[in-house]
Write a protein that binds this ligand. Structure first.
Ligand code: NDP
Length: 455
């Protein structure tokens, strides 16, 4: 009886915090959703451990340690002045310096940065490495900008950001719209402003100035390492499976590469305009040539490859029958309707390569229908884990070989998989990796916060 009362009261604690977050952060829908998702799934831990409520741990957890918002003025090639919004949300430093990417995309706003930052806290905790959580970016649209415009924007962005970051303070990295080129410009400006070579202040750097081998491949490869363990536990593998992967950016490209290496047939990929379906299997060399080398549109793939068909609009990609679906493009790209189609078409696993690509309703439907679901926080943690390996190499002033980094990545993905699986089992949700990864990620951060007092 007492236990039942405790459960009710402690679940009420979760409900209260969810309501508080909605009330105190009006209009931040993405942030509300992620808080709801995480807190609901860690309710079993709170039921068992009233000490967290006594220490107001959730109240502290949902409030970023620091939110920085600033203006980013820059000049285009014609001399016209533009102003964008810049953000850095330093969410939690309980287990290490804030760490998380910078996103440059017109959709960026505070809610999106907070949702990504909150997720990052638990993801980073799961990596087994000492990194806290943060995220940043700008509503700047890099599409169609010249190199010189990108450089001027990055320099302006860093001119404010540099005073808030540092290799032991906050270590940004790439995300949507921020690749090697942007990291280079950001690093160059940081170095100039600080007059110091602090290689560990940014990750995703080029190999000539402190970058790590295998970082480019890490998120996509990590997703494949993680999901193949999950498949294996359920008596399956990638060999001869039909796979649909959305996106054609960094994550998607290397997910396609590893899936093909594992013997799968990847039949579709996309960009923000539409998708290509190639029943003969995606020609990755051609995708790389279009997207990485020429920064072109995926539409061109179908113009070059007669077996492929291009369809305008992104959502239709999930109507292609497949065994495995890996959303690797952007948040909330796979909704309930798409989940229903995938399930009806016999999908066996959905693995999130992007951050929060599936809506909450889609996830619920996928799980209810006994389809394996690999959640982003765990499944795409390979990128940030390898960023932490880049920081480790920078601290040592030494670099590991591709094989050394890749084997560490494999081990980390396996540790994340096992930690998620075991936490789910321990708290009565066997087989539910979403609950498991949230619990495993939460426990490490929560216990570090408890040990450090009320801060
Ligand atoms: P990129 O910018 O390299 O690529 C994003 C890709 O998604 C592009 O092909 C883009 O098309 C496409 N895209 C954008 N919006 C949509 C849309 N609405 N529908 C369909 N496709 C779309 O980013 P990344 O590959 O690095 O990141 C992808 C996702 O993975 C993001 O959610 C990111 O947060 C997450 N992630 C990335 C990590 C990394 O290491 N890179 C680590 C962990 C998570 P277009 O070319 O038209 O813009």
């Amino acid at each position: 009886m007492l236990k039942l009362r405790e459960v009710v009261i402690l679940n009420k604690y979760v409900e209260e915090i969810i309501e508080k977050v909605k009330k105190e952060n009006p209009g931040e829908t993405e942030f509300h959703n992620t808080v709801k998702e995480v807190l609901t799934s860690i309710a079993p831990v709170l039921d068992k451990n009233p000490k967290y409520q006594e220490a107001a741990l959730l109240e502290r957890l949902v409030e970023p340690e620091r939110t920085i918002m600033f203006r980013v003025p820059w000049t285009d090639d014609k001399g016209k002045v533009h102003v964008n919004k810049g953000y850095r949300v330093q969410f939690n430093s309980a287990i290490g310096p804030y760490k998380g990417g910078l996103r440059l995309h017109p959709s960026v706003n505070l809610s999106i940065i907070k949702f990504l930052g909150f997720e990052q806290v638990f993801k980073n905790s799961l990596t087994t490495l000492p990194i806290g959580g943060g995220k940043g970016g700008s509503n700047f649209d890099p599409k169609g900008k010249s190199d010189a415009e990108i450089m001027r924007f990055c320099q302006s962005f860093m001119t404010e950001l540099y005073r808030h970051i540092g290799q032991d303070v906050d270590v940004p990295a790439g995300d949507i719209g921020v690749g090697g080129r942007e990291i280079g410009y950001l690093f160059g400006q940081y170095k100039r402003l600080k007059n110091a070579y602090e290689a560990g202040v940014l990750t995703g750097k080029g190999l000539t100035y402190g970058g790590s081998l295998a970082r480019t491949e890490a998120t996509g490869y990590g997703l494949l390492y993680f999901t193949s363990l999950y498949l294996a536990d359920n008596g399956m593998d990638y060999k001869d499976k039909t796979v649909v992967i959305s996106g054609s950016g960094n994550v998607a490209t290397y997910a396609i590469e590893k899936a093909q290496e594992f013997g799968a047939k990847v039949v579709a990929c996309s960009d923000s305009n539409g998708y290509v379906y190639d029943p003969e299997g995606i020609d990755l060399k051609l995708v790389k040539e279009i997207k990485e080398v020429r920064r072109g549109r995926i539409k061109e793939y179908a113009e070059k490859k007669p077996s492929a068909k291009y369809t305008e609009g992104c959502k239709g990609i999930w109507t292609i029958p497949c065994d495995i679906a890996l959303p690797c493009a952007t948040q909330q790209e796979l909704d309930l309707e798409s989940a229903k189609t995938l399930v009806a078409n016999g999908v066996k696993l959905v693995g999130e390569g992007a951050n929060m690509p599936c809506t909450l309703e889609a996830i619920a439907y996928i799980q209810e229908n006994k389809v394996l679901f690999a959640p982003a926080k765990a499944a795409n943690a390979g990128g940030v884990a390898t960023s932490a390996l880049e920081m480790a190499q920078n601290s040592m002033r030494y670099s590991w070989t591709f094989e050394e980094v890749d084997s560490k990545l494999k081990r980390i993905m396996s540790d994340i998989y096992n930690a998620s699986k075991n936490a789910a089992k321990e708290y009565g949700h066997e087989g539910d990796l979403l609950v498991g990864c949230n619990i495993a990620g939460f426990l490490k951060v929560a216990n570090a916060m408890m040990a450090q007092g009320i801060v």
